[in-house]
Design a protein around this ligand. Sequence first.
Ligand SMILES: Cc1cc2nc3c(=O)[nH]c(=O)nc-3n(C[C@H](O)[C@H](O)[C@H](O)COP(=O)(O)OP(=O)(O)OC[C@H]3O[C@@H](n4cnc5c(N)ncnc54)[C@H](O)[C@@H]3O)c2cc1C
Length: 510
Amino acid sequence: MRKKVLIIGGGMAGLSAGTYLQMNGFDTEIFDLNETPGGVCTAWKRGDYTVDWCIHWLVGSGPADSFYERWSELVDMDHLEIVDHEEYCRIEDLQGNQIHFFTDLDRLREELLKKAPEDAAKIDEFILACKKLTLFEMPNEQADEVANLWYKMKSIWKVMPFLGTLGKFSQITTADYAKEFKNPLLRKAIHNLFEPEIPILFCMLMLGWMHKKAAGYPVGGSLNFSRRIGNRYAELGGKFHPSVRVEEILVENGKAGGIRLMNGKVHTGDYVISAADGHSTLYEMLDGRFLTPQFQKFYERGVTFPSLLFVALGVGRTLHAAPHSYLFELPKPFQVDPETELNDLYVRVHNYDPTLAPFGKTLITVMMETRNHHHWMKLFQHEPLRYEAEKQRIAEQVIKIIDNQLGDVASHVEMTDVATPATIIAYTNNWKGSFEGWLITPETGFRQLPNTLPGLQNFYMCGQWVAIGGGVPTVMLSGRNVAQMICKKEGKKFEIVKPKTGKSLSEAEF
Ligand SMILES: Cc1cc2nc3c(=O)[nH]c(=O)nc-3n(C[C@H](O)[C@H](O)[C@H](O)COP(=O)(O)OP(=O)(O)OC[C@H]3O[C@@H](n4cnc5c(N)ncnc54)[C@H](O)[C@@H]3O)c2cc1C
């Protein structure tokens, strides 16, 4: 008889676990708060515009990295149009000086040496490390928990030539590494490559992936990509329950055997996987009963990715010449909330994806990070008028700044949308409104949190709250790993059923 697996959360991790388990003869059901699968890898419609929220770059978008093989197990990657940007980002100071952070590492070296010759030695160190890491492949075929000795030895062997580079650059944060550059604009550029707290190694890996065209942008955007995986899950017989909240994981005799929804309905199964927010899984759905000192320490002291104010503008004109990814200094600080002041603004001009705006028009989005989710939740719950007024203020300020920077935008704005940390909490349930779970820091390293809990059988966790650092491919892999672990427990050989190529993987509504 086929075993049944209940999966809480239909983000990329839950979809991945479900899809691989369906390939291996399990009956799975996914329960999610939202109407559509994808979790934070999503987009929403505002008028004629599609507000794309998530994917800036997808590791494994091209065959030069082995993640491409993993994605190809789930969807037909050959039929996905990918944009490999020439520039990762453009950075500009108040005087109009710019650095083009090219994705081609030779071009980038030339640009950096031209703009910051005083940093020649440091630039060479940086580029050399990025280049070396283009050859590095993260082992991603077998989960540690199921890997055989031969695979483990092969993985160690493959990692050995990189140990020096990995060791050196995983110990220093991006912020600290940036301080080693003398040129102020280059310092700003390095500081802002990703989150300043993460090891510079992560940024080097990212630039390496981009250089070899393995971290591009999938045309159609984030929801379109999630839908492809959602469609595959459905094709394999998986069942998605939209718009339901799981409140409790049912445990009997130390075994997880079901879930209770907010509407009181109970579903039973042989296994339960939580691919949902980690805090609510451990502290609410399991009522804190199976916490380990390791998890407790993370939830007390671990650093999460911040939350966001996310502004989308639909602009009734083309902006072909504008940089698609643009960080510029502001003439005066922008007070986002009482605790958050920005000195730079990060803007995405989605001029590379015609599917997100009508012909001749452009979607612009702005990500502003904040850790003050309490403030936004308080306004949302207790002062709705002030909440709306604050959203309005943020939107007006952003339009003014962008108009000033890009020219002739304000009079063309025909759609405005502002998401706050309260929006993120409502739609994703993610702890503190974090947009990507746990940050990788030199203290966490690149390891993962456990997928299982001692004392609780038949229960697994996957997704960005155990796969430290989050990211679409990482959580996909974490779902795959859990599927492998369940197969092993059931004495089944883990099988891959490749998707049919071409039209059967349509972008049809899920
Ligand atoms: C703005 C932004 C930009 C990003 N950019 C990139 C990028 O360029 N490249 C990249 O690789 N990654 C990027 N990421 C990160 C990446 O998208 C995430 O790490 C990854 O998609 C997380 O997937 P997940 O399945 O672990 O979690 P989630 O997507 O959060 O999925 C969890 C699901 O669980 C559901 N859920 C929660 N609680 C319950 C409950 N009680 N009952 C039922 N359902 C519940 C939620 O609704 C959600 O759908 C970005 C993320 C954001 C937000």
